[in-house]
Design a protein around this ligand. Structure first.
Ligand code: ADE
Length: 348
């Protein structure tokens, strides 16, 4: 640790933990104080939270653990049941890795207990390995996600190249994890980042670390972290066809790998960089229902939705499904189905 961070941060862990003792959030995957955290619950919640907010992930966590209470139960589940239960959480490669990981863990008789071994499992990167090792196994491992990075960037008023600063934060955080409460330390950092040291309007007056914080002393903590300007996402275009007959809708399953791989979908051509003329999958009285916009990690999508009613028809791929199965579609397609006139039940 540098001299500056040394001086600033030696008191951080006790101050943060004292705050955590009175201010920890109650969340469905957390154990009561003093009760050992269950590795399965820690792992499942961390995977769900990788790209999803806490309020959005919470009902999914409750549903998954009610249906598959152990990693062995999840490992034995059918792929399509898990993919369907995951629908709406996004980033579907996570669900495929979730199953792969569950099966590996079940086969080896349980989760490994160290950061290094966890890192070798499917879908587990450095943050998640650190979080599981600290939370479930009490290892002195850091769990540094975007929230924790923001906290450290402000504490130390970091202005260097952001990629290099993130590396530096990883090292600083590792040094700071207290041997007696690594899991509480990780959760405390998460809670501080999520509830106090928030991106746009940090609530410095209630922050337990305010007297240590260099960005606060400068007067404008919200200016940190200083990140490179993002390049705008490219736009892609597509069409989705909502073909209906008597309470049913035609669905297809996407190829197993790639974007939304293995998920149910509405038929339509591959998405492209230019708007293509509509090529319906079969001749019918198609009506344009409107446009759905959806943001993926690497592009945003403008999907034109077409709808038609038929008495009977068969396409080369796919199947007729009850309209309420539209609830099992990924969000982009359930939005399109709703626009196409299907009443999509809320997932829960
Ligand atoms: N974000 C990532 N992991 C989390 C957790 N375990 N609790 C709350 N927010 C989180």
């Amino acid at each position: 640790m540098s001299r500056k961070s040394d001086k600033t941060l030696t008191r951080l862990a006790p101050m943060l933990l004292a705050w955590f003792d009175t201010s920890a959030r109650t969340l469905p995957w957390r154990s009561p104080r003093g009760v050992r955290r269950d590795p399965y619950c820690v792992w499942l919640s961390e995977i769900m939270l990788q790209q999803t907010t806490v309020p959005h992930a919470a009902p999914y966590f409750t549903t998954f653990t009610a249906r598959w209470p152990t990693v062995e139960a999840l490992a034995a589940a059918k792929d399509e049941d898990v993919m369907q239960a995951w629908a709406g959480l996004g980033y579907y490669a996570r669900a495929r890795n979730l199953l792969k990981c569950a099966r590996e863990v079940a086969a080896r008789g349980g989760f490994p207990g160290t950061e290094g071994e966890l890192l070798a499992l499917p879908g587990i990167g450095p943050y998640t390995a650190g979080a599981i090792a600290a939370l479930a196994f009490g290892e002195r491992a850091p769990a540094v996600d975007g929230n924790a990075e923001r906290v450290f960037a402000r504490l130390l008023a970091m202005t260097g190249d952001w990629a290099a600063e993130k590396k530096r934060i990883g090292g600083i955080a590792r040094d700071l994890v207290p041997a007696d409460r690594p899991g509480d330390f990780a959760e405390a950092l998460m809670d501080l980042g999520a509830t106090v040291c928030t991106p746009k309007s940090p609530n410095c007056p209630v922050c337990p670390l305010t007297e240590l914080c260099l960005a606060r002393a400068e007067g404008a903590p919200e200016r940190y972290p200083v990140k490179p300007v993002k390049i705008a996402r490219p736009v892609r275009f597509g069409s989705a066809y909502v073909l209906r007959r008597m309470g049913q809708v035609w669905l297809v399953r996407r190829p197993p790998s790639g974007l939304l791989g293995g998920m149910l979908a509405l038929p339509g051509p591959d998405w492209s960089e230019t708007r293509a003329p509509s090529h319906p999958p079969l001749a019918a009285d198609w009506t344009e229902a409107g446009e759905v916009r959806h943001v993926f990690t690497h592009f945003s999508l403008q999907l034109t939705v077409w709808t038609a009613q038929v008495r009977d028809a068969d396409l080369p791929d796919g199947f007729w499904a009850a309209e309420d199965q539209a609830a099992g579609l990924p969000t982009v397609f359930s939005k399109a189905a709703a626009l196409g006139g299907i009443s999509v039940p809320r997932k829960r």
